[in-house]
Design a protein around this ligand. Structure first.
Ligand code: NAD
Ligand code: HSE
Ligand code: NA
Length: 434
């Protein structure tokens, strides 16, 4: 009989056995035979490591060797690849990555925080030892967007990449929108479903999406990773009334990461945006993510799928292991590190677009005129306006949508209104996706 798997098994050390690590074990146990046919060899978990050996993870770990000290893995000749699923930009994950890559041990990770901060150094180490650094799970979970950009769209000049990059925020915003539930309640549910980061502040403050955007921008544009210049606003200040006003105006609110590379530099921003209901991103719900990339030959690419959770993320990790098993890999960021270009950050103030401004104001004569005067003096033209509530002690809500104009004029409007006792609380600004 023909031996379908003539090659030796790929021996994997799995570090971190939480949501994603547990999922990788379950996936390999379930689909192992099919994967072996596709990879040309068996992918075999040989060793596992995590913080707590005795925790019940709902999966049989008895076949695998337990390793207390993960720092021994890089030097082990009976391990072919190390998978890091513990998380954290620095600390043990980074130490492990450096050790493995320096020792020439292929390394697979889902850790976007580490890559956003240290991706260039790690890619340089991998390049030096000529081995794989793979991270499909780090961006948009199960969506093969790293492969999509690194391989499928590699022939294109890409001018813009944007999308919904955080499953937790998308789950919160869309569940609030559909079910009218409160923020904290839905966040708790997202955590229970395994979507959130160990510190969910990374999700709701937009930092996780910014980590992912940094990686996407580098891949899309061939530029160095530049996390420090991503402007980040999360979803903490989005209130139910914003979702309702946006709906009344024909929009849905989504946390969107946008990166553009142009003559003025590299623009990178993560922020809640108003998305027109006829835009595909407005229909990306729950833990789904979506990434749009615009290439000069391929046109608009739209990737959509589950961005978080055990199954989709494990699917991406194992796809990377299959690449390692097939010896299919190249430069982590699609070109040698030395070929990536440094880029100056673009000035957001000159960006042209429409915006949504929401104020909570005193319900008294002259307030509307005061806001209108501030917009007039800052050169902002109003397209529509809604005021809700009347004679309310704690103020009324005023929502404005502007015509397209320079963003710096919006900032100037807010500066002009700063300190006014007509305003109750900080105004909310969200830009509109066109
Ligand atoms: N959960 C998701 O949907 C998802 C999606 C994509 C990427 N990720 C990324 O995957 C990684 C893991 O996420 P998760 O959701 O599985 O996390 P988790 O908190 O569920 O699991 C983390 C695991 O790492 C172990 N660990 C943590 N610190 C350790 C240490 N110092 N030493 C040894 N073990 C340690 C824990 O014991 C646990 O087994 C993170 O980088 C995360 O950002 C998660
Ligand atoms: N916490 C992340 C996991 C996927 O990277 C999210 O909610 O999208
Ligand atoms: Na992915």
């Amino acid at each position: 009989m023909t031996n379908l798997h003539p090659h030796a098994p790929l021996r994997v050390a799995l570090v971190g056995l939480g949501t994603v690590g547990g999922g990788v074990i379950r996936l390999l146990q379930t689909n192992g035979n099919l994967i072996a046919r596709r990879a040309g060899r068996t992918i075999q978990v040989a060793a596992i490591s995590a913080r707590d050996r005795n925790k019940d993870r709902g999966v049989d770990l008895s076949p695998y060797e337990w390793v207390d000290d993960m720092t021994t893995l890089a030097a082990r000749e009976d391990i072919d690849v190390v998978v890091e699923l513990i998380g954290g930009a620095d600390g043990p994950a980074l130490t492990l990555a450096r050790q493995c890559l320096a020792a020439g041990k292929p390394f697979v990770t889902a850790n976007k925080a580490m890559l956003a901060h240290h991706g260039l150094d790690l890619a340089a180490l991998a390049e030096k030892t000529g081995i794989a650094l793979k991270y499909e799970a780090a961006v948009a979970g199960g969506i093969p967007v790293i492969k999509g950009l690194r391989e499928g769209a590699a022939a294109n000049e890409i001018s813009r990449v944007y999308g919904i990059l955080n499953g937790t925020c998308n789950y919160i915003l869309t569940t609030m929108e559909k079910e009218g539930r409160g923020f904290d309640d839905v966040l708790k549910e997202a955590q229970e479903l395994g979507y959130a980061e160990a510190d969910p502040g990374f999700d709701i403050d937009g930092v996780d999406a910014a980590h992912k955007l940094t990686i996407l921008a580098s891949l899309a544009f061939g530029t160095e990773l530049d996390f420090g210049n991503v402007a980040v606003t999360g979803i903490r200040d989005v209130i139910a009334a914003d979702i309702a006003e946006a709906a009344a105006l024909g929009y849905r609110i989504r946390l969107v990461g946008v990166a553009e590379n142009g003559p003025d530099g590299l623009f990178q921003r993560v922020h809640p945006m108003l998305v027109p209901t006829d835009h595909p991103l407005a229909h990306v719900d729950g833990s789904l993510n979506a990434v749009v990339a615009e290439g000069n030959f391929v046109g608009r690419l739209f990737f959509q799928g589950r961005g978080a959770g055990e199954g989709p993320t494990a699917s991406a990790v194992v796809a990377d292991l299959i690449d390692v098993a097939r010896d299919e890999y190249g430069d982590a960021f699609a070109m040698p590190v030395a070929a990536l270009s440094p880029q100056k950050p673009a000035d957001a103030g000159q960006r042209i677009g429409r915006s949504y401004l929401r104020f909570k104001v005193q319900d008294r004569p002259g307030v509307l005129a005061e806001i209108a005067a501030a917009t007039r003096d800052a050169g902002v033209s109003i397209e529509s306006m809604i005021q809700r509530g009347a004679n309310q002690q704690d103020g009324v809500l005023m929502a404005i949508v502007t015509h397209a104009g320079e963003e710096r004029c919006i900032c100037e409007t807010l500066d002009r209104l700063a300190g006014s006792d007509s305003l109750l609380g900080t105004p909310m600004v969200m830009h509109i996706l066109d």
